[in-house]
Design a protein around this ligand. Structure first.
Ligand SMILES: *Cc1c(COP(=O)(O)O)cnc(C)c1O
Length: 410
């Protein structure tokens, strides 16, 4: 059987400019963000100011991971132990994990057919729970109806925190993702849009939130070394009232990230070429329902999702196996037992979820996902869909196991 030869988890090499910056940091020995020579700004502080400028916000903070940025955002926005926090039913496990880590209780919100959050259910969940916070995940880069979502949050006085792990570089109606709520949180983990292995960024224009986030992140009393934070004099009170929960970024990672941030627009264009090619090929694929992308959404196509609404679970299961055999690790969210990255809310057994989520159940049952690393080209996209098509033919033709046959049914 012919196999797709490239790896879906292989990202591009770190560029020469980023390597040169990293080597310079290593040679200096000053890896800790606050270990600075006389007059030196430091890679981390520079990254923060460049990132804030790229979003058009006042402040940015670099930290240890995207999940840590979410925890920090919740704490800096005033989450107290036991507070309810709304969150999409379809997201990645670090989101409910961050809510729990910050002492909150996650309340899941149902989704729409396009996998984004259902603003009507958000309204219901807000009324039922009285939650004051919403962590909105732009899961797999799909941005929901931001007008409706923001309106529901406003009407309930809910603090909106955006999880932009898959929307760094994306926008809605021309406004950057991550600037619709109080705080935007980003990840620089290897599988996201810029790669430092691990890392996170938090963006806000709220001075109180930022002061708390800076101290929480482990700045000791060195907040005056930040370039994208409120003035040092304004920390007089915050600095004595806020605990240190160390989770800083270091200069080595920041050095690797700065050249990548400068390249983000170009990467986005390259990703979207791959995405469009996949979309075009998938349009001819039997049974596939593509996910609609509203015109307001300016996305980064670093992965692609599609649904197989008319296809039975056992056929999808064989299809996924056939893809796997052909070197295509198709992610199927309907798989009964979660594997690798868990995005099924029923595998988060630590949550005390009591809400019924019929649309999430229905949509995830047939939802599939493919990564599109920039190490692929358009011919690879054609090849992937051709191989998937062979896997589907095989899955459909495969005789049903005896136990599944019901006498008299077609
Ligand atoms: C990757 C990711 C995060 C954060 O991940 P970290 O590994 O903590 O950087 C948050 N939300 C979603 C949806 C993600 O995919």
């Amino acid at each position: 059987m012919r196999r797709f030869a490239k790896s879906f988890t292989q990202q591009e090499a770190i560029g020469d400019d980023a390597i040169a910056s990293a080597v310079a940091v290593l040679q200096s020995g000053r890896l800790h963000r606050y270990n600075l020579a006389e007059g030196e700004a430091g890679e981390t502080a520079l990254l923060e100011s460049e990132f804030a400028a790229s979003l058009g916000v006042d402040y940015a903070l670099a930290c240890a991971s995207g999940g840590y940025a979410l925890q920090l955002a919740l704490r800096a926005c005033g989450l107290a132990a036991g507070d309810k926090v709304l969150c999409n039913a379809f997201t990645l496990s670090p989101v409910p994990g961050s809510i729990v880590a910050a002492g909150g209780e996650a309340v899941l919100v149902d989704i729409l057919d396009d996998t984004t959050v259902d603003s009507d259910d958000l309204d219901r969940a807000a009324r039922e729970s009285g939650a004051r916070f919403f962590v909105l995940s732009h899961m797999r880069g799909h941005i929901g109806d931001m007008d409706a979502i923001v309106a529901v949050c406003k009407s309930h006085g809910i603090v909106l925190i955006e999880d932009c792990a898959h929307t760094m570089g994306a926008a809605y109606r021309g406004r950057p993702s991550g600037t619709f709520g109080k705080v935007g949180c980003f990840s620089t983990q290897t599988y996201k849009h810029i790669n430092s292995g691990e890392g996170g960024l938090l963006a806000t224009s709220d001075a109180d939130v930022m002061r708390r986030a800076v101290i929480l992140s482990g700045s000791y009393m060195l907040y005056d070394h930040h370039l994208a934070a409120p003035a040092p004099e304004s920390f007089a009170e915050t600095r004595l009232l806020t605990p240190n929960m160390s989770g800083r970024m270091d200069n080595l990672r920041a050095a690797i990230l700065r050249p990548q941030l400068a390249e983000l627009e170009r990467r986005k264009a390259r990703w979207n070429v791959l995405y469009e090619r996949m979309e075009k090929r998938l349009a001819d694929f039997p049974n596939v329902q593509r996910i609609a992308r509203p015109v307001e959404e300016d996305f980064v196509g670093s992965s692609i999702q599609f649904r197989l609404p008319g296809v039975a679970g056992d056929v999808i299961s064989r299809f996924v196996e056939g893809c796997e055999a052909r070197g295509i690790p198709l992610k199927w969210y309907g798989k009964p037992v979660p594997e690798d990255y868990t995005s099924r809310y029923d595998s988060w057994g630590y949550l005390a979820n009591t809400r019924s989520l019929p649309a999430a159940d229905r949509v995830l049952a047939t939802l599939c996902d493919l990564r599109l690393p920039l190490t692929f080209d358009q011919a690879d996209c054609d090849d992937i869909v051709a191989l998937m098509s062979a896997a589907m033919d095989e899955a459909v033709q495969h005789p049903q196991p005896l136990s599944d046959r019901t006498f008299g049914s077609s």
